[in-house]
Design a protein around this ligand. Structure first.
Ligand code: GLU
Length: 492
């Protein structure tokens, strides 16, 4: 766990709004999840863009766990977040910072702001605030806090009454953010409220903590979901006040990335596949490189390239090319990519990933056989579950249980053909795919039937299913003895 003094020195010192810093300027990005739930797909993409941006510019990518909401933050969520990030290869470049452990430092900054007149003690009670809010609602006007304490002389601050510390937001002019994704965004300063930075019990608010941590971690580029755009304007109030007080608090460069929507355009929810990253790995059986590639393409592109390696992504990534509009989550595309990466994956690695899934399907399986079959199995699967299912026939006990489709294939005619195949293959000496293929093709010709008339009943009786790897590969993988025994179980 990071200690309170665990900080990184301040950033480049420039407040330039350029997406591409000068080579001399050091880039520091961060991913700052709140550990109130699993690492969802949107969070993973935010992490990915921060990681890529830092890598592309030879900078540093940091993690910060925003655990200030003590009631909702859990250790299990923290574990799940690290676990998901590590699986995707998006662990931070330094020890993660834990926000709650830095509360004293946050409070210190609140007091600096107070002492310099950029914040004030506000003694309005909850009841007074509620009454003002109710009145605004009654009069059908938006509620805007106008605290009479904003300009009160500190000499009049009561010593014995509870208060909060509010930041003094500017009232005149406007604030412009040159967002590297969204473009220029302008807000009138009267829209920005005097929000609380230190609560009555002396604890810092989230808004203060984020700003102080970003500064102390030397964060130069804040890349996060566009649901934080309003926060950026509010956070800049503290940043600019601190810069006025002590210097060295440049505006960060902001990049607010759009949310991910479901394929139907609605906000992403569980039913669209908005699962924790662990579900993509464990339940759906996806490979991390497929999820990485998919997330990368979700809202960012390089021409028509679909398959993009990690190294290529680092070279090509440009935050300015992130789409402004929401991107749509497409499970089919993700599965297609996964199929591609399965075909590319190393066989031994796939054996490690598939073997535990096979335990639940066929207890008696062996890794050597699985490894031998992997080249033909992996080309047919979209995910590791399918891959495991496709391997079941290798280890199934005779007589095989046939699924419905396989049963449908084993008509009386088909069983008669099986009997002929058995006679023919009993005499086969060379049990290789090429020889078996030539042999059975010749048989089909002699019988005056298409090869499918032979292959389909063979497949049904050898695998118990209507789909499988190429039938000659199946024969070779099962070996002569086992193949013939399975065929005999179903021949007429
Ligand atoms: N902790 C915030 C969240 O999980 C992110 C805050 C930020 O990136 O500034 O949404």
């Amino acid at each position: 766990m990071a200690s309170q003094t665990d900080t990184v020195s301040a950033g480049s010192g420039t407040a330039s709004a350029s997406a591409s810093p000068t080579p001399a300027a050091r880039v520091v990005t961060r991913f700052a999840p709140s550990p109130t739930g699993f690492l969802h797909i949107g969070g993973a993409r935010t992490a990915l863009f921060n990681w890529l941006f830092a890598r592309h510019h030879g900078g540093t990518y940091l993690l910060r766990i925003e655990d200030t909401d003590r009631a909702r933050s859990t250790d299990a969520a923290i574990e799940a977040i690290f676990d998901g990030l590590n699986w995707l290869g998006l662990g931070g470049d330094a020890e993660p910072v834990f926000q709650f452990a830095r509360s004293d430092r946050h409070a210190q900054v609140a007091h600096q702001l107070l002492d310099a007149g950029h914040a004030y003690r506000c003694y309005l009670t909850q009841e007074e605030l509620a009454a003002r809010r109710a009145k605004a609602q009654e009069e059908r006007r938006p509620f805007r806090l106008e605290s009479e304490w904003r300009d009160a002389d500190p000499a009049t601050w009561p010593a014995d009454k509870p208060y909060v510390i509010r930041v003094k937001a500017p009232r005149e002019g406007e604030t412009v953010i040159e967002d590297v994704v969204q473009g220029a965004i302008t807000v009138q300063n009267v829209e920005i409220d005097d929000y609380v930075i230190l609560r009555g019990d002396g604890t810092p608010t989230y808004m203060l903590a984020v700003v102080v941590d970003d500064h102390d971690m030397g964060v130069t580029h804040v890349i996060r979901g566009d649901d934080h755009i309003n926060n950026a304007f509010r956070q800049l109030v503290i940043i600019r006040a601190m810069n006025a007080i002590e210097g060295g608090w440049p505006d960060p460069i902001y990049g607010h990335i759009p949310l991910i929507h479901g394929a139907d355009g609605a906000k992403l929810s569980k039913r669209h596949g908005a699962l924790g990253v662990d579900a993509y790995r464990d339940e759906m059986g996806l490979l991390p490189e497929a999820v990485f590639n998919y997330l990368l393409r979700l809202g960012w592109g390089h021409g028509d390239e679909e398959i993009i390696s990690r190294d290529q992504a680092v070279e090509w990534f440009d935050i300015a090319n992130v789409n402004k509009g929401a991107s749509r989550f497409d499970l089919k595309k993700l599965l297609n990519l996964n199929g591609h990466y399965l075909r590319e994956a190393d066989d031994a690695r796939l054996v490690d990933l598939v073997a535990p899934r096979l335990d639940a399907l066929v207890p008696a399986h062996d890794r050597a056989k699985l490894a031998e079959a992997m080249p033909v199995l992996k080309v047919r699967a979209a995910d590791l579950n399918e891959l495991a299912k496709g391997a079941v026939f290798l280890f199934a006990q005779r007589p095989l249980a046939l699924d419905e489709k396989a049963q449908g294939l084993l008509t009386a005619d088909a069983r008669a053909i099986l009997a002929k195949v058995i006679t023919r293959l009993e005499g086969a000496n060379d049990w290789t795919a090429a020889t078996l293929e030539a042999n059975l093709k010749q048989m089909a010709e002699e019988l005056g039937v298409g090869l499918g008339k032979i292959a389909q009943p063979l497949r049904a009786s050898l695998t118990g299913q209507a789909t499988s790897p190429g039938i000659f590969d199946v024969l070779v993988l099962l070996g002569k003895e086992e193949s013939l025994a399975r065929l005999r179980d179903h021949a007429a």
